[in-house]
Write a protein that binds this ligand. Structure first.
Ligand SMILES: Nc1nc2c(ncn2[C@@H]2O[C@H](COP(=O)(O)OP(=O)(O)OP(=O)(O)O)[C@@H](O)[C@H]2O)c(=O)[nH]1
Ligand SMILES: [Mg+2]
Length: 682
């Protein structure tokens, strides 16, 4: 495929919308209309260009971001099909990062779901210019006026139709151009006139030319070109969202979409440049979407191909990416993300291999990627999703796009020894592709935990381990690490005395232990008098205590926390005492104290923040009570949702991500962090 020569001959368009809305089918039929394919596939048969992954064929819906392009009137249109299902919001975010405009695809035949609001909010959050595509006009249940009213009531007055369907959706009439395939009846004409007046008023209201409204109100006819210009400006500012009715399967409305994309949507230059730094951390300003500027590109998706190896889908922000060229690849998740288990920082020099313009899974070779374009780069063997690609001698780093927090932990264990041997490497590869996956080796429970976005995401990851890497794993119940502490004061003596044979060992420690408040950790007090424990061994005692607490002193081997230990006495020997001997004696003293006291088991408690639509607050509160949670308060967030602050035992939150989604009809979001250990119920 010939590469575009300049940035303004490119449109990067993300398709966003609820699962099942018709995005993938629309991509298929746009490709058909532009002669890129000559027979449309279907999602059900697993034959579309966009849904090419095995998981997509199984689930009959999109799972990952997918790119397909075509050329119309000299403009290269890069369509980024995103998955609508909530588990894959990480892929949607990558798509929004790579595009500068979106088609928000909803079905005219289905009711608006609550989850659709979340997707609209995703676009809103990044100020994405977008048009609404109301698809499935041909469907027997299609109800354009009903669906339009629903979407306007959900997303506001700035959503207005640019076209209306005629004859049960078999053709369209343009409200601005007044173009229609046939003569309109009286009823149709009056509806068109009414909608047209509303559209024109909305355009004029959004116009930067304030005299326009006066002229319009005084009865002046505003010219078509002025209206179209103002419409384009308003769309580009994300202040106005034109609605285009279409049927992917019959092709009605696809030409109207072409017009919106090629003329209404902004070129890549308008994409606000994300913050850019040197790899040393200094901010770099002044980069622009300029093919002759310094190279700055970002990996928005990573896949592995058994023939080609790793393939990185890259959005070029500045400069021109070329094949067989030395580049720098950097990823510093830790600088931008609190918890990035499984995503190590890295910086490497690599060489680009072949460049291509993807058509789903098919890679069509191209000779360059200019600023603003999207290209696939083969064989950047260490590049991960989210990484920055720059000139080798001028390494840069882009602030990554915001990633969702994976909230569903899934513990896995390799089925056989040979699975075990390959599991680590396979997970490194999966984490390189998917920044929403966190891989945690829990040192307390000795479990391997995948933090995932939900059940469907977890299933996809486990299937991929098997299909792509031949690694079989089983799921286990996720364990929560407990701790223990003393319930009351106790004293203990530790004697480590071995004086038979060669060099002896001699250390005696006398300690007193008291419980401290939750979260206090460990305090050590030295009250030794008269050198009963020589100065140089006091740190050894402390070290021995810390080690014993971490190892666990009781039978269950739970780490000990929240105690104060006072060293009150001991004995030493001038020859046989040593650092090691005092460390051991300290541990023995703690165990002795434990034998004279009661202990309580402590469980981790998390602080949680749940943001949810008002309608669902009651259900959320009821459910929290059943999870032994303590609600601390609530407030109204700027977006109108209610934010509930609470604390709950971690063990009660293991599957909370799934429950929250169903209780809130997909509108809820969760943040959590470890707070402290509290006594577990007996
Ligand atoms: N009648 C009719 N059905 C359509 C049309 N477009 C899509 N469909 C059907 O709607 C269903 C969902 O379509 P998809 O294209 O997979 O929807 P999607 O938006 O990609 O969904 P996700 O990938 O899950 O986000 C499929 O059964 C399609 O055949 C259309 O224009 N008319
Ligand atoms: Mg899809």
């Amino acid at each position: 495929m010939p590469a575009p020569q300049s940035s303004d001959a490119i449109r990067n368009v993300a398709l966003v919308g609820p699962s099942g809305g018709g995005k993938t089918t629309l991509v298929e039929h746009l490709l058909l209309a532009h002669g890129v394919i000559n027979r449309p596939g279907s999602v059900e048969a697993g034959t579309t260009v966009s849904d090419w992954d095995a998981a997509e064929h199984r689930q009959q819906r999109s799972v990952g971001l997918s790119l397909a392009s075509y050329v119309v009137d000299g403009v290269k249109v890069n369509l980024l099909d995103t998955p609508g299902y909530a588990d894959y919001v990480g892929e949607l975010r990558a798509g929004l990062r790579a595009a500068e405009c979106a088609l928000f695809v909803v079905s005219a035949a289905e009711a608006l779901e609550a989850a659709t609001r979340g997707l609209w909010a995703e676009c809103e959050a990044v100020g994405m210019p977008r048009a609404v595509v109301m698809t499935k006009l041909d469907h027997p249940r299609a109800d354009f006026p009903g669906a339009l009213a629903a979407i306007r009531s959900a997303f506001g007055e700035s959503v207005l139709p640019l076209y209306l369907p005629l004859d049960g959706g078999s053709s369209l009439v343009g409200l601005l151009s007044r173009h229609s395939a046939r003569e309109l009846s009286g009823v149709e004409r009056s509806e068109v006139d009414e909608r047209r007046a509303a559209l024109i008023e909305a355009i004029i209201e959004e116009s930067e030319d304030e005299s326009l409204m006066e002229r319009y109100l005084s009865g002046e006819e505003i010219g078509f070109d002025t209206l179209v210009d103002d419409l384009e400006t308003a769309v580009a500012r994300a202040g106005f969202h034109p609605v285009v009715p279409v049927s992917a399967t019959t092709g009605v409305g696809l030409a109207a979409l072409d017009e919106v994309i090629a003329q209404g949507f902004p070129p890549p230059e308008v994409h606000s440049m994300p913050a850019v730094f040197t790899t040393a951390g200094a901010q770099v300003r002044g980069l622009r979407c300029d093919p002759s500027g310094p190279l700055l590109a970002e990996v928005v998706k990573t896949t592995s191909d058994s023939y080609v190896g790793r393939v990185s889908l890259v959005r070029v922000f500045s400069g021109t990416l070329r094949p067989d060229t030395a580049v720098h690849v950097s990823g510093h998740s830790s600088a931008f993300r609190e918890n990035q288990a499984g995503h190590a920082d890295h910086d490497e020099d690599e060489r680009t291999s072949t460049l291509s313009s993807p058509l789903g899974a098919t890679l069509r070779v191209t000779d360059k990627g200019v600023a603003g374009d999207l290209v696939a780069v083969a064989k950047l063997s260490r590049a991960e999703t989210g990484d920055t690609i720059s000139d080798r001698d001028k390494p840069l780093l882009m602030e990554p796009w915001p990633l969702p927090d994976p909230q569903l932990p899934v513990a896995i264990v390799a089925r056989t020894k040979s699975d075990e041997d390959r599991l680590g490497q396979a997970l490194v590869r999966l984490a390189a592709e998917d920044p929403t996956l966190r891989v945690q080796n829990n040192p307390d429970t000795h479990q391997l935990v995948l933090w995932t976005m939900g059940e469907a995401h977890a299933d996809v990851l486990i299937e991929r381990l098997h299909e792509r890497f031949g690694v079989s794993v089983d799921r286990q119940e996720v364990l929560v690490a407990t701790r223990e502490t003393f319930t009351g004061p106790a004293a203990g003596v530790g004697r480590h005395v071995k004086q038979s044979g060669g060099h002896g060992q001699y250390a005696v420690c006398e300690i007193e232990v008291e419980p401290l408040g939750s979260g206090a950790g460990f305090e050590f007090v030295d009250k030794v008098v008269g050198g009963a424990v020589p100065r140089q061994y006091i740190p050894s005692v402390q070290k021995g205590l810390v080690a014993a607490m971490q190892r666990g002193v009781g039978l269950a081997g739970r780490p000990m926390v929240d105690i104060r230990v006072t060293l009150v006495g001991g004995k030493a020997h001038s020859v046989d005492s040593s650092d090691m001997a005092f460390q051991t004696a300290a541990g023995l003293a703690l165990r002795d104290a434990l034998n004279h006291a009661d202990v309580t088991v402590l469980e981790p408690v998390d602080e949680i923040e749940i943001a949810v639509d008002d309608d669902h607050v009651g259900a959320i509160m009821g459910d929290l009570a059943a999870r032994r949670a303590r609600v601390l308060g609530s407030e109204v967030a700027p977006d109108g949702r209610t934010v509930v602050h609470a604390e709950a035992p971690a063990v009660e939150l293991l599957t909370y991500a799934t429950s929250l989604r169903s209780l809130s009809h997909g509108t809820g979001s969760l943040r959590r962090r470890f707070a402290r250990y509290d006594p577990a119920p007996g």
